[in-house]
Design a protein around this ligand. Structure first.
Ligand code: PSV
Ligand code: MN
Ligand code: MN
Length: 387
């Protein structure tokens, strides 16, 4: 059995934020399959997220998406979360479901549209004060479909102006994280397509602005761990949106498509001092279209934990010695030894030692929670695209 005692403290400190939208019904543009027990409002999404934390102790916070999670009084929502043993986390803005934003929001040619989009973000910051949230996460669906359609340079300048106004409103303890994505919904150009653009924009704002790296937002074959390394090196990696992809922005369970890639990313996180570092938030950004949602989130946080444990098990001293001596295969073997270590039995022991279930899936199934919500909640809302 693998000895986890040297890394137990790091495992215990790990925290992964859950997205409220993972608990709602979601799907593709073809069909959204409903599931019995789907939350009908943000309060029920938070109650469901709390189940993931209850059985894993890995997910103490829940991210909100505005306006999907709009409520009258956010202090009530905050108390509700606390009553369920979790806290409210990152607030995600939404400028991608309004007719006014057809040709852009923060980058729009029309100052009135930009005003509306900026005001939405200012409202998000007000909400963050009520919820106790630190981070405002901005993902923009802005771009163009045809060469010549848009003034690429002008849009970049307007983006800077809009972000500056939003940034100026942040409280001292608050941060802005800017997420990039290489395409979709725009197909020719996207205004924040890559880490370099996000880095350039947030660097121009100041220390409280950081880059958000969504693992599903890169072209196939991209060396994502290199980007992780570079952003950590530059002190600008603010957060992760974890998920996995086979083709595009699939939003599948993290670690499902390419476990080795997740290992490589987490190794660079460990190597770069990003693990359990308050500057680097771990979040999930996923949807569960065909699988059960609460167990889907349990699977996801366990995948991150298992791969974190493996990354922590890399013998870094031996690896460094092999690297320095030019021992190519030796270094590669040391790296892979950790990746191929099955940490699952040791993690079950670790859970048990902390009063958690050895098998969180069995414990969740036995709790009767799923049956209860299926009976009690009739008419769930779609919490994802179009909510
Ligand atoms: C759209 O690509 C997206 O998946 C981004 O990753 C955001 O983080 C998420 O939606 C929620 O707005
Ligand atoms: Mn994302
Ligand atoms: Mn995405």
């Amino acid at each position: 059995m693998t000895d986890l005692s040297p890394i137990a403290d790091q495992l215990t400190a790990q925290a992964i934020e859950l997205p409220s939208w993972a608990f709602g019904n979601s799907g593709t543009r073809f069909k959204v399959y409903g599931t019995p027990g789907t939350p009908r409002d943000p309060f029920e999404k938070i109650a469901d997220a709390a189940q993931v934390h209850r059985f894993t102790a890995l997910a103490p916070t829940v991210a909100l998406h505005i306006p999907w999670d709009k409520v009258e009084d956010y202090t009530v929502l905050r108390r509700h979360a606390e009553d369920h043993g979790v806290a409210l986390g990152t607030v995600n803005s939404n400028t991608f479901q309004d007719d006014d934003y057809k040709f852009g929001a923060l980058t729009h040619e029309d100052a009135a549209v930009r005003r509306k989009a900026i005001d939405h973000h200012l409202e998000c910051i007000d909400i963050m004060h009520a919820t106790g949230s630190r981070d405002l996460k901005i993902w923009l669906a802005e771009g163009s479909n045809y060469p010549g359609q848009a003034d690429l340079r002008g849009r970049q300048d307007r983006l800077h102006e809009s972000l500056s106004e939003i940034y100026a409103r942040l409280g001292d303890e608050q941060r802005l994280v800017l997420e990039y994505k290489f395409f979709e919904p725009a197909f020719y150009h996207t205004d924040v397509p890559d880490w370099g653009t996000s880095y350039a924009q947030v660097s121009a704002l100041g220390d409280q602005a950081m880059v958000c790296l969504d693992t599903g937002h890169h072209a196939p074959g991209t060396n994502i761990e290199f980007i992780v390394m570079q952003l950590l090196r530059l002190g600008k990696l603010g957060s992760f949106d974890f998920n996995s992809r086979f083709y595009a922005d699939d939003d599948l369970i993290v670690g499902a498509a390419d476990p080795f890639q997740l290992f490589r990313i987490l190794f660079e996180v460990v190597r770069g001092g990003g693990l359990n570092n308050p500057d680097v938030a771990f979040m999930l950004d996923q949807c569960h279209n065909v699988e059960e949602k609460i167990p889907g989130q349990i699977r996801s946080v366990l995948n991150v934990q298992e791969m974190t444990a493996r990354a922590l098990l890399v013998d870094r001293e031996a690896l460094s010695a092999a690297q320095q001596s030019g021992d190519v295969l030796g270094a590669h073997a040391i790296f892979n030894d950790a990746f191929y270590t099955d940490v699952r039995p040791a993690l079950a022991d670790w859970r048990e030692s902390r009063g958690l279930p050895r098998d969180p899936f069995a414990a969740y199934a036995a709790s009767g929670y799923q049956q209860r919500i299926a009976e009690e909640r009739i008419g769930g809302t779609q919490a994802g695209w179009g909510a």
